[in-house]
Design a protein around this ligand. Structure first.
Ligand code: PHE
Length: 450
């Protein structure tokens, strides 16, 4: 692996692969419903604030670690400082758990490609609810989605997905714009637009901040070593400072467009914004139904969501698979087959927890109990990814040393934000993430309450 690691064929190819990993269900499915559940504009404002403070900083940090060490997530940390590979290890575990339920949602998207033609009936919420809670059909789609991810990862990523992303990402963008225009011009859309763009400061609660932080990590693919891995394939003259600005900006732009595609329609069509995970699946079919050639647009749209999900899921799987290859010395094929099987099985639990197994709840340290699907989401987005990010920042600040990281960045970049970045990575990111993590666990409340 050391001798033959390869590198990105072009800067554009790298950017598209990184954007392909970042832009996915997190932007199109999760962001709008989280905004809907957490006060609309209040959530959007906190989210953007955290992207500016943490997103850019950690994106650059992870890429720098990878390019310097030139190895996978586990190996890169370990190479720079022996004994720190566990930070990459936490990321690998996160990727494994995320993909288990991500694939279930990927399956829902595939179902909706089909349903664009076969129809979703008059009661969209009931259609969605019945589908995800049924015992067999979602599992079939989950299996197909997992299988497709496996096939691509077995073949290696470069040719297919890099090429495909270059075409698909711009296409997704164009169709998203069409959907936004349709949604914001519906009768009654204004209320939704207002809800989405007006931050009501009294609604900025701890819950909103926690949700936004988890979403920043999830949506930017941070805290789990993907950007370390992708950074390891970068050339030394790459301007990482610019990349770390472009990737989060594009990712946030897509998330915000998704909000404009979905939330105005929610209000116009008389749904509630706090609908949860069903938001995209319930509103968009209704939006498309109101359009000329709606079923074609609808199908196309969900096809692109599907590709966005797939380009993210392969990056998730690649992190785990690379660990099987590098550390456990398995062949790529063995590694893919074993991990796919395990993820598929955990995903069965996630899917069934939407119906048959909804009574099976897992108690958690925050005092709440979660079904399997929610548990995987909460554990990864709100705990493991922020923890990975926190440790990554501490690693640079206090183990590897900011000056060493700066030296690496400066090889290919002017690094005009050097001073700011140095302070952010050493102090602001660790303190902020630590405090939010602490309150996520409920410990902060207890400490303050004492
Ligand atoms: N960022 C991806 C999305 O928004 C999901 C993802 C999370 C991918 C973590 C890789 C790592 O859908």
């Amino acid at each position: 692996m050391e001798n033959n690691r390869g590198s990105w064929s072009s800067r554009f190819g790298f950017l598209m692969a990184a954007v392909g990993s970042a832009v996915g269900l997190g932007n199109l499915w999760k962001f709008p419903y989280l905004a809907g559940e957490n006060g609309g504009g209040a959530f959007v404002l906190v989210y953007i604030g955290l992207v500016v403070l943490l997103g850019f900083t950690l994106m650059l940090a992870e890429m720098t670690i990878g390019r310097h060490a030139n190895s996978d997530a586990y190996g890169s940390y370990n190479k720079i400082k022996k004994g720190w590979g566990f930070v990459g290890g936490i990321g690998i575990l996160s990727g494994f758990l995320i993909l288990s339920y991500y694939s279930v949602v990927g399956g829902w998207v595939m179902k909706y490609i089909v349903a664009s033609f076969t129809g979703t009936g008059t009661d969209k919420a009931a259609f969605f609810g019945n589908f995800i809670s049924s015992p067999v059909e979602p599992l079939v789609y989950h299996l197909i989605f997992m299988g497709l991810t496996a096939i691509i990862v077995i073949r290696g990523i470069s040719g297919g997905i890099e090429k495909a992303s270059k075409f698909l990402m711009p296409a997704l963008f164009a169709l998203l714009l069409v959907t936004v225009i349709r949604s914001v011009t519906l009768d009654g859309a204004m209320e939704g637009i207002k809800y989405f763009v007006t931050p009501n400061f009294s609604e900025i609660t701890l819950k909103v901040v926690i949700a936004a932080l988890g979403q920043v990590f999830f949506s930017l693919s941070l805290g789990m070593g993907i950007m370390v891995t992708y950074g390891s394939y970068l050339r030394k003259d790459e301007d990482m400072e610019k990349d770390a600005f472009i990737i989060p900006s594009l990712d946030s732009l897509v998330a915000i467009l998704a909000g404009f595609a979905i939330l105005p329609a929610v209000f116009a069509l008389g749904f509630k914004p706090g609908e949860g995970p069903g938001l995209m699946f319930i509103t968009l079919p209704a939006v498309f139904e109101n359009m000329p050639l709606g079923s074609i647009f609808g199908a196309l749209f969900f096809v692109l969501v599907f590709f966005a999900a797939l380009s993210s899921s392969i990056s998730l799987m690649e992190v785990t698979v690379a660990f099987g290859i590098d550390k456990l010395k398995w062949s790529r094929k063995t590694s893919v087959i074993i991990f796919t099987t395990l993820m598929f099985i955990i995903g069965i639990g996630a899917s069934l927890s939407m119906g048959e197994w909804s009574d099976f709840l897992i108690p958690w340290i925050d005092g709440k109990s979660y079904g399997i699907f929610d548990f995987l989401d909460v554990l990864t987005s709100y705990y493991l990814l922020p923890l990975g990010g926190l440790l990554g920042a501490l690693f640079i600040g206090f183990v590897w040393g900011v000056p060493n990281a700066v030296k690496e960045i400066k090889i290919g970049s002017k690094f005009v934000t050097e001073k700011l970045w140095s302070i952010l990575i050493k102090f602001v990111v660790p303190i902020l993430v630590f405090l939010i993590l602490l309150s996520t666990t409920g410990l902060l409340d207890k400490l303050l309450g004492l």
